[in-house]
Design a protein around this ligand. Structure first.
Ligand code: IMP
Ligand code: MG
Length: 173
């Protein structure tokens, strides 16, 4: 792989921000139980690191969705490849995502999860690119707002590579 990657958010900055988000969630959900629903595959790193800082009783669920379009612009059409394995009715659910770009994926997923009647549904995303938004989504917990550049690392990929890079990097395509 020959792409040049520049550090945008380093490991220390990630760790400190995750602690702040976790403190907020710990306050909001004190002595409650939470199901974290991670969106595969990009949210995995963020979800695992965040979960280690959470005090409520936590369960992990994952969903995998595809949106059809070209590689860099997601279309409105979304299919579920992997669904929830538990009933979330009456539960506290936090949807965990790596990045909000157009907002289409999350808007679809939030509607889908809401239709299952959870007691509480929040959205937590590590990164937000507001300049690219097509569909409005309300985010409850956000890590960093970033400019419109292509990001890899800390779970995010370029052609499925670079998910293991421990920092958030900007790739020069
Ligand atoms: P959208 O909000 O429906 O447009 O799509 C968000 C999804 O697109 C994310 O979950 C990522 O998988 C992917 N994505 C958007 N921007 C980036 C990026 O800069 N790097 C890597 N993946 C991205
Ligand atoms: Mg994703």
């Amino acid at each position: 792989m020959s792409e040049e990657i520049k550090v945008l958010i380093n490991e220390k900055e990630l760790d400190e921000r995750l602690t702040e988000i976790a403190n907020q969630i710990n306050k909001d959900f004190a002595s409650k139980e939470i199901i974290l629903v991670g969106v595969l595959k990009g949210a995995v790193t963020f979800m695992v690191d965040l979960a280690k800082k959470l005090e409520p009783t936590i369960q992990f669920e994952f969903m995998d969705v595809s949106s059809y379009g070209n590689e860099t612009i997601s279309s409105g059409k979304i299919t579920i490849n992997k669904d929830l394995e538990v009933d979330i009715e009456g539960k506290n659910v936090i949807l965990v995502e790596d990045i909000i770009d157009t907002g289409r994926t999350l808007s679809y997923l939030l509607d889908y999860l809401r239709s299952k009647n959870p007691a509480n549904l929040k959205l937590c995303a590590l990164l937000d690119k507001p300049s690219r938004r097509v569909v409005d989504v309300e985010v409850d917990y956000i890590g960093f707002t970033i400019p419109d550049t292509f990001i890899v690392g800390y779970g995010l990929d370029y052609k499925q590579n670079y998910r293991n890079i421990p920092y958030v990097g900007e790739v020069k395509l």
